[in-house]
Design a protein around this ligand. Structure first.
Ligand code: SF4
Length: 83
């Protein structure tokens, strides 16, 4: 089954998918961008603003053990399958 983006992700290029195992790495290292959702998984609280946060978000993405942080090139705010 393809990984689904967390419903609480802020709209924008970065998102966390339901492959997250909540290791806590991204939320501990970059709380400006990642937070823990009520369901215990991580989600994108705010999209990284500025080059420094962008670089840190990409670093968190590379460190994620579940590869559940994704950066898409095309900006889409529509949920998949929504109409
Ligand atoms: S680093 Fe990956 S697995 Fe760990 S909490 Fe963040 S999104 Fe989830």
């Amino acid at each position: 089954m393809p990984a689904l983006p967390h419903p609480l992700n802020a709209p924008g290029p970065f998102h966390v998918t339901d492959d997250c195992i909540y290791c806590g790495q991204c939320t501990a290292n970059l709380p400006e961008v990642f937070a823990e959702a009520p369901d215990g998984l991580a989600y994108v609280l705010r999209q990284p603003a500025g080059p420094e946060l962008l670089a840190e978000a990409r670093e968190a993405m590379e460190r994620c053990p579940a590869e559940s942080i994704v950066e898409t090139k095309t900006l889409s705010t529509a949920a998949p399958g929504s109409h």
